[in-house]
Design a protein around this ligand. Structure first.
Ligand SMILES: NC(=O)c1ccc[n+]([C@@H]2O[C@H](COP(=O)([O-])OP(=O)(O)OC[C@H]3O[C@@H](n4cnc5c(N)ncnc54)[C@H](O)[C@@H]3O)[C@@H](O)[C@H]2O)c1
Length: 303
């Protein structure tokens, strides 16, 4: 396939672009930021996707068959401080990109939403795809809104839209300096012997899904006969404290965490029931938390 992948200087799209290139697909990657890792085998374009004319020009030139849209303002905390930036990046730029792609005859638009943030504090955990969209953060609201806008593009144009709704993604090369990505932040700080902060009591739970498994869901979403919207997670709740303890063991870190008040927009617990992804994409997580954390620490150790 000829694929346009957005957000390739970031964590998940960087892994996805590598997998697509390895499988022989033609890939154009786009991101506003410089890549943190070397670009291997794809054309790398610098563009702010909030630039409508720039997006239309790029899409006209590339004429992608499939668009994997991962570029986003991806932090809950930043969304609470700067909701306008969040809307412009996650909703408006997604809409412009999708309409431009449909205009040049793209077959499939694979959006990356958020299973965790979109459902807020769900009545049932693990939460499946029938969970009401009741976000508690502007970030979650922007992802839910983008899904609605993209479905309208599908009705309007016939380009099918899929949405991968991941839980908390972790793995090698996640930015350890961001405001999200607890595994990356803890791993690097522990390996450097620096203090590690836990916001809240440490009993908050998340569903940690390995980046390779999320990339696999993206590829399946692109190849499936129709556009589907599915949560992608393990169904298992893991507390922040357990992540701290596992990583401390793997890195030999012996310092107690610094405890700080919870952050705005954070939810107390989440895990996702991916039975719909299993039914329509044949997707199941392959990498256990123990193996995934070990792979992540190893990558940070050798970086
Ligand atoms: N990491 C997770 O746990 C997680 C969970 C659920 C959903 N997601 C979603 O997956 C996608 C990828 O997340 P990630 O963890 O790789 O994040 P990331 O921050 O590592 O990557 C996002 C990339 O988007 C780029 N970007 C941001 N604004 C842009 C703009 N205006 N124009 C062009 N590029 C822009 C950034 O420069 C960055 O390289 C996002 O859509 C995110 O919301 C991530």
């Amino acid at each position: 396939m000829r694929a346009l992948v957005t957000g390739t200087s970031g964590f998940i799209a960087g892994h996805l672009a590598r997998r697509l290139v390895a499988e022989g697909h033609e890939v154009v990657g786009v991101d506003v930021a410089e890549p943190r890792r070397p670009v291997e085998g794809w054309r790398d374009v610098r563009l702010d996707l909030r630039d409508d004319a720039g997006v239309e020009h790029l899409v006209n030139e590339v004429r992608p068959e499939v668009v994997f849209h991962l570029a986003a303002q991806a932090s809950v905390s930043i969304s609470m401080r700067e909701p306008r930036l969040d809307i412009e990046t996650n909703v408006i730029a997604s809409l412009t990109l999708a309409r431009a792609a449909a205009e040049v005859g793209a077959r499939r638009f694979v959006f990356t939403s958020s299973g965790g943030a979109m459902f807020g504090d769900p009545p049932t955990v693990p939460a499946g795809d029938d969970t009401p969209v009741e976000p508690r953060s502007f970030y979650g609201a922007s992802k839910g809104a983008a899904e609605k806008y993209l479905k309208i593009v599908e009705y309007e144009t016939g380009m099918t839209v899929a949405s991968v709704r991941p839980a908390n993604v972790y793995g090698p090369y996640q930015d350890p300096h961001g405001e999200a990505g607890v595994v990356a932040i803890f791993s690097q700080r522990m390996l450097r012997g620096e203090p590690v902060t836990i916001f809240g009591t440490g009993s908050d739970t998340r569903d940690y899904v390995y980046v390779g498994d999320v990339v696999d869901a993206q590829v399946r979403a692109a190849l499936a006969p129709s556009g589907e919207m599915c949560v992608v997670g393990t169904g298992v709740e893991t507390s922040t404290r357990r992540i701290f303890d596992e990583l401390a063991r793997l890195t030999g870190y012996e310092v107690a965490p610094v405890m700080a008040p919870p952050r705005a927009g954070d939810i107390p617990r989440i895990a996702l029931d991916a039975s719909r992804a299993a039914a329509v994409w044949g997707w199941r997580p392959q990498v256990s938390l123990e193996d995934g954390l070990a792979l992540t620490v190893e990558a940070f150790r050798t970086a």
